[in-house]
Design a protein around this ligand. Structure first.
Ligand code: AMP
Length: 241
């Protein structure tokens, strides 16, 4: 089938607010811990967690035209074309829950995506790009044992973060599966794509004063979460709880 660009309205995530919406961008290779820490950050900051990978997997499950289009790219470890990603993401950003900002997990992944986000939100938002700096050996180890809940998407690891009952999510009792693109042949391709297309975004955000923070992704889960929270501009440390 032909993958047509999806048309969306022209709104932005920015509402009429005194404080600019905070767009947290989680950077880092597959397996760096973006999907692990984003839900905790989301809860602490009261901002929605938006994972473009999860949005695509939802479309694939529903077999929507976008899902059918994206499936082949994802299964081969390739990036979905920018125009499809941007249309899907910008549509999501228009929802009311993004008025105070959001946590982006897996977006942007290319320089054109980062530029499009900047152009779209421009001066209306505040950006914080948090890079989970994680060495290759750890990434491969983490992805090799990664299992995720089919229902609520919570990630587990067969060795380091086991569910209470094998194969079952602690939170929602959903079935735990290995993502098709976590198979080793596909992971190699995804890491290569990361190096070529996504890693340059670290320099991109480093050039924007006060936007980039480097987080040591080798630390414990608790330490990484604490470092992530520490690196968020202080005026945004409101809590939803
Ligand atoms: P993730 O769950 O973030 O690892 O994403 C899974 C797959 O979805 C990626 O390997 C890509 O094929 C696709 N994908 C997710 N986000 C993007 C993006 N921002 N740009 C292009 N492809 C993406």
């Amino acid at each position: 089938m032909e993958c047509a660009t999806i048309k969306t309205g022209g709104g932005t995530a920015a509402g009429v607010l005194e404080q600019k919406p905070l767009i947290i961008i989680l950077l880092g290779p597959p397996g760096a811990g973006k999907g692990t820490h984003a839900p905790a950050l989301s809860q602490k900051l009261g901002l929605p967690h938006i994972s473009t990978g999860d949005l695509f997997r939802e479309h694939i499950r529903e077999q929507s035209p976008l899902g059918q289009c994206a499936q082949d790219y994802i299964n081969r470890g390739k990036l979905v074309p920018d125009d499809l990603v941007l249309a899907m993401l910008f549509e999501r950003l228009q929802k009311n829950d993004c008025q105070r900002g959001c946590i982006l997990d897996g977006f942007p992944r290319t320089l054109p995506q980062a530029n499009a986000l900047n152009e779209r939100l421009g001066n209306t938002a505040q950006f914080a790009a948090l890079n989970l700096d994680t060495p290759d050996h750890l990434i491969i180890e983490r992805i090799a044992g990664r299992i995720v809940c089919q229902g609520c998407k919570k990630p587990y690891h067969t060795t380091f973060n086991k569910p209470r009952n094998p194969g079952q999510c602690d939170d929602c009792s959903g079935i735990l599966i290995t993502r098709p693109d976590d198979q080793s042949s596909v992971v190699k391709q995804r890491l290569e794509v990361y190096r070529l297309e996504t890693k340059p975004l670290i320099d991109y955000y480093a050039q924007q004063p006060g936007v980039l923070a480097q987080i040591n992704g080798q630390n414990t889960k608790e330490q990484v979460l604490s470092d992530l929270l520490e690196s968020i501009p202080s005026e945004n440390k409101f809590s939803s709880k």
